[in-house]
Write a new protein. Structure first.
Length: 295
């Protein structure tokens, strides 16, 4: 292991340990859970030297719009039920390491992070979810789409953007000249809000460390923020999407962000597809790709 890799892993473990200690202070628990998790999670957790993944939490800076809420994601110990890595997540993980610049180390961290999200009880959204929805795609194109949160179809299938809005997003991705799995797709919150309402600030804050870690590990060149909630979760602004769309922004001074309309909005307002296509063409130019001819 190189010095840089060792330092990166040390930082990751330090964040996890700090978050676990904070969780202990909040709950009054002591020590670590003795029973190991399922073999699939144990293999991923071993890669980051986490003795028990069920009692580890990840902490990261929270977006500016929810900075007043403590930036900690905690996972309550699970004794009777142990979440397992889904088939979809396993397939996506294999594709991710094969077709993108994501390292094996980053892949393992993403797997652990996904398991933590699936067991997360940090906010009230966990009470009604069928499952947490983490991500899909490899990000090999250098493009990441960030949406608001899962809907009913996503909650049922465990993957983001699989309903009607997701089908439209797939056509948008294809129009850009990419295969569906070449882009990384995730949401600001990982659990479905009741009745598909907008996530509350505390719910966005609870999920912010997951999104932050995802973007750090996948390291896209460009983020396409789908709708006002995605922009708020990424940049902390409450400015309207109509004013924001089409104007380049920056995520933490490191990643270019293109705000545009959410596909669900386009289903209700088809005339806005022209504006979104203009935004996506700008994304292609920013990463040095030619704009495909319209079919």
């Amino acid at each position: 292991m190189t010095d840089d890799a060792a330092l990166a892993e040390l930082r990751f473990l330090t964040r996890a340990l700090r978050a676990h200690l904070e969780w202990q202070a909040d709950t009054g628990a002591t020590g670590l859970e003795r029973a190991p998790r399922e073999a699939a999670l144990a293999a991923a957790a071993a890669a980051v030297s986490a003795p028990v993944a069920a009692s580890v939490a990840v902490s990261a800076p929270v977006a500016a719009s929810v900075a007043s809420v403590a930036p900690v994601v905690s996972v309550a110990p699970v004794v009777s039920v142990a979440p397992v890595v889904s088939v979809a997540a396993t397939v996506a993980s294999s594709a991710l390491v094969e077709s993108s610049s994501v390292t094996v180390d980053s892949l393992r961290r993403l797997e652990v992070l996904a398991e933590l999200a699936r067991a997360c009880t940090r906010c009230g959204l966990c009470k009604q979810r069928k499952q947490a929805v983490f991500a899909r795609g490899t990000g090999s194109s250098g493009v990441c789409f960030v949406g608001e949160g899962p809907g009913a179809d996503e909650d049922a299938q465990g993957l983001p953007f699989v309903g009607k809005a997701g089908q439209l997003l797939d056509r948008m991705i294809e129009a850009m000249g990419f295969d569906r799995d070449q882009v990384y797709v995730c949401n600001v919150v990982k659990c479905r809000p009741p009745d598909n309402r907008k996530p509350e600030p505390d719910e966005m804050a609870a999920c912010a460390p997951y999104l932050s870690e995802q973007l750090e590990l996948v390291a896209p060149r460009v983020i396409v923020a789908l709708g006002a909630t995605a922009v708020q979760g990424l940049l902390g602004t409450t400015e309207g999407i109509t004013r924001l769309r089409g104007n380049w922004k920056s995520y933490r001074g490191q990643i270019d962000v293109m705000p545009t309309f959410h596909p669900a909005y386009l289903l209700r307002n088809p005339a806005a597809k022209r504006e979104v296509w203009e935004d996506l063409q700008e994304v292609l130019r920013r990463i040095g790709r030619s704009v495909p001819a319209r079919r």
